[in-house]
Design a protein around this ligand. Structure first.
Ligand SMILES: Cc1cc2nc3c(=O)[nH]c(=O)nc-3n(C[C@H](O)[C@H](O)[C@H](O)COP(=O)(O)O)c2cc1C
Length: 179
């Protein structure tokens, strides 16, 4: 199949995104962070409910709170964090079984953030293994708003080639027709 340039651009962007765990000290401007969040704003969501909010952390005192909630050395190097939050009260719940689609919607928005950041030569990483109580208390996040992921954001500190993508094969994940 012949692929148009737009496809090549998109796939290169997808391939260039990786979990960055080492950042330069260089700060990320608020203008750049707003540009990235604007890409999240355009994400699709079930019934267009947009059940999300993004908390930006780029000051040293609040960075310490985020770091406290995820006690790994590498995260200390990130100059900024975006906390992607889900608004369960606003999300669409499926009629047939009541399934809450907050996580689905917020995940799409987060990936828009990661891809937009990649396009701006910034590194990101999804972080979900944080202590929710520590984060909630430290950032005054109300109980009806769920912090779903921390996205560290910064300029990657590496001259090493991109890490190899370890993925299942296309054959392993595609079922044509009935299961
Ligand atoms: C929902 C989700 C949660 C994740 N949580 C963490 C985490 O807490 N800490 C971490 O270092 N990486 C985390 N990751 C990053 C994954 O380990 C990473 O995406 C995966 O190994 C594939 O590598 P790649 O992102 O470089 O392609 C998470 C990724 C996703 C999608």
């Amino acid at each position: 199949m012949e692929k148009p340039d737009s496809y090549t651009l998109l796939v290169n962007l997808i391939k260039n995104r990786y979990s960055c765990r080492n950042f330069k000290e260089k700060p990320v401007s608020r203008d750049t962070i707003s540009t990235i969040i604007d890409a999240a704003r355009l994400a699709p969501s079930a019934c267009n409910r947009q059940p999300w909010e993004f908390i930006v952390i780029d000051t040293d005192d609040l960075r310490r709170t985020v770091i406290e909630s995820y006690d790994r050395q590498w995260i200390r190097s990130a100059p900024a964090f975006i906390i992607a939050c889900g608004l369960h009260d606003e999300a669409w719940h499926r009629d047939s079984d009541g399934k809450d689609h907050t996580d689905v919607d917020v995940s799409i928005a987060i990936e828009h953030i990661c891809l937009a950041a990649t396009a701006l030569n910034l590194g990101t990483c999804w972080v979900c293994n944080f202590n929710t109580d520590t984060l909630r208390t430290g950032l005054n996040i109300p109980q009806n708003i769920e912090p779903i992921a921390i996205i560290p954001l910064g300029y990657p500190d590496t001259s090493a080639p991109l890490p190899e993508k370890k993925r299942k094969s296309l054959e392993d994940i595609t079922k044509w027709g009935k299961y």
